[in-house]
Every structure is written in structure tokens, then in C-alpha cells.
Design a protein around this ligand. Structure first.
Ligand SMILES: [Fe+2]
Length: 256
């Protein structure tokens, strides 16, 4: 099995576009479809033909180009069964634990409700890839629009259970502002401080902060560190449940 080729680019203002390409079969998937033109430009640049859209959730900035790309290429749109009625052009629904092949590459669906009620992530276990969209960001996590902190904490725990060397692609380039917040929650974390400095440089140079990895997020992302004694002590929440600590961190970020 040849490695999947990947192309990462910006759509709209801060949405990531990602194309996945299998050279043997020619199959090409877009992870979500935030905006048509940047996706067409990336396809043109690579000489790829779009065959699939893998939708993570129903928000407009993730499904905006579903219908136009379907009309143009006749793509198959796969998306979350729990919000299928809100996904334009959807052909096939998938839910937690479902498995399918993308051009011979196994894909496993992880439901991660919280940001939206039916949000799903696409995990490619053999390729060690995760497309986490608006559930997990570099040094951040999605806002709780359709779920409680408890629900989102459980969802994030599903992602934390993946191997540390899983590469994580996410929905938005929010990392610099996430880093500014993260150091206020976990100020003694040396690796986080070093990472925050690197992120400043990367963004100054116009670079992207994706992908990250599960291991790096577990060590530096405050939203995954609600169980860490230093984080809990810093918040004065030594005796609270992990979910309550997570809820407090989410609330602080909402007001940051
Ligand atoms: Fe979203």
C-alpha cells in the first residue's frame, strides 16, 4: 500500500483545506469542503481529480462547496449519520466504529460530539492520520455549540486513546491565539513554552501549524490536560473531576 499524498491549504480566512490522494487508484478526497476555489486550485496544481468529500460536521464553513463540487466532479459525499439531514449532497452516512476503505486505506469513524451533536473524526489507522476538524485543534478544542463539557471531554478522551505518533489535521489555523491562552493555564510547562515560541515564528513566516500529533497535544494542549496535577493546582481545582476542570478551561478560553 503506497502512502497517501496530502495537500494542505487555507480556505476562507482560517479554515484548512486538505486533499488526500492515492496515487495507485487516482482517488482523491477533500476533508470537508470549506470553499470551492481554493480546492479547485489545489486539484489543478496537483493534477488530481476529486472523487470524495469526507464531511466532519454540518457547519457552513465545512460544507459550503459540497453541492458545487458534486455537480462538477460527481463526487461521493460521506458524512455523519447523526446530522445527515444538515449535510448538503450527502450520499453515505457513517457513525461511531464504522469502518470503510478509501482506495485500500482503512478508515475508522470516531464520533466526537460536543462542538456539534454529530461531529465525526476520520481516523486512518494504517496511515497514522486523524482528521479532527473542529473537535481538536493544535493547543485548542472546538467551542461547545451543541454539547456539554462532559460530552466534549469524553470525545477528547477518545482521541487521546489513539497512538501518540498519529498525525492530526484540524479545521482551523487558530494556533497562535490558542498558544497565548494555553500558557496562562499551564505556565510551568516547559515544552508548551518552547512550542508557543516556535508557533510565533512559524506564523510570522506565514507557515501553517498543522499537522500536530496526539502525543504533542497530550503533553502541551491544556484542553487535554485537565487531569494534570500542575494544571489543576494552577486553577485551584485539585479535587474537581477532570470534566469539571475541562469545563473551567473551556469557559476561560471563551472569555479570553
Ligand atoms: Fe465548526
Amino acid at each position: 500500500m503506497a502512502a497517501l499524498e496530502l495537500d494542505l491549504f487555507l480556505c476562507r480566512t482560517d479554515n484548512f483545506g486538505v486533499l488526500l490522494h492515492d496515487r495507485v487508484s487516482g482517488a482523491t478526497a477533500s476533508i470537508d469542503a470549506p470553499e470551492e476555489q481554493p480546492i479547485l486550485d489545489a486539484l489543478e496544481r496537483r493534477g488530481w481529480q476529486l472523487t470524495h468529500i469526507l464531511t466532519t460536521h454540518h457547519h457552513g464553513d465545512h460544507v459550503a462547496a459540497n453541492v458545487s463540487l458534486k455537480e462538477r466532479f460527481g463526487v461521493t459525499i460521506i458524512g455523519p449519520k447523526n446530522e445527515a439531514s444538515k449535510i448538503p449532497g450527502i450520499d453515505r452516512t457513517v457513525g461511531h466504529g464504522d469502518r470503510f476503505d478509501f482506495a485500500g486505506h482503512p478508515v475508522e469513524i470516531i464520533e466526537t460530539p460536543g462542538h456539534t451533536a454529530g461531529h465525526i473524526c476520520y481516523h486512518f489507522p494504517q496511515d497514522k492520520l486523524l482528521f479532527a476538524a473542529d473537535t481538536l485543534f493544535a493547543l485548542g478544542c472546538g467551542r461547545l455549540f451543541e454539547g456539554t463539557a462532559e460530552t466534549m471531554w469524553q470525545s477528547l478522551n477518545r482521541l487521546m486513546a489513539l497512538p501518540d505518533d498519529t498525525a492530526v489535521y484540524f479545521g482551523h489555523e487558530y494556533t497562535l491565539s490558542n498558544a497565548h491562552f494555553a500558557v496562562t493555564v499551564d505556565p510551568e510547562n516547559k515544552e508548551l513554552k518552547e512550542r508557543a515560541a516556535e508557533i510565533e515564528e512559524t506564523r510570522l513566516d506565514g507557515g501553517f501549524t498543522a499537522p500536530t500529533t496526539i502525543g504533542l497535544e497530550k503533553r502541551t494542549n491544556p484542553f487535554l490536560r485537565a487531569g494534570d496535577p500542575r494544571v489543576r493546582a494552577n486553577l485551584g481545582m485539585e479535587k474537581a473531576s477532570d470534566a469539571a476542570v475541562f469545563a473551567e478551561i473551556r469557559k476561560r478560553k471563551d472569555n479570553f
